[in-house]
Write a protein that binds this ligand. Structure first.
Ligand SMILES: [Zn+2]
Length: 113
């Protein structure tokens, strides 16, 4: 399960941060997940909650911010929200477009109390 292993990697990152602050406890993990990151948000959300519940900080929460995808046409330079992962420019209908955002999967912040 891809989402579960991702959740465990995120918890690893959080645990490493927490190791340097043994006087604190984890309160929240903030994540940025792109619309086309290849992550099933609902499944990931359930997985991270399960991982948190079995951690040393079961009361911590995961805040998942889904970031919309943006593509840019290489022919005319138009930026647009792609309807799929294989975008087509709405202006010149070129398929020479690159996805410039929306594939990221990042831990934005580890918050502690
Ligand atoms: Zn174009």
């Amino acid at each position: 399960m891809h989402e579960l292993s991702l959740a465990m990697s995120v918890m690893d990152i959080a645990s490493r941060q927490m190791a340097s602050r043994p006087d604190k406890r984890l309160s929240a993990i903030e994540l940025s997940v792109g619309e086309y990151a290849g992550v099933e948000i609902d499944t990931f959300s359930t997985a991270i909650q399960t991982v948190i519940k079995s951690s040393q900080w079961p009361e911590a929460v995961a805040e998942i911010n889904v970031t919309p995808s943006m593509a840019r046409c290489l022919m005319c330079g138009k930026s647009f929200h792609p309807a799929s992962q294989i975008p087509e420019c709405p202006q010149c209908h070129s398929s020479a477009c690159g996805i410039v955002s929306g594939r990221e999967f990042k831990v934005i912040a580890i918050r502690m109390l």
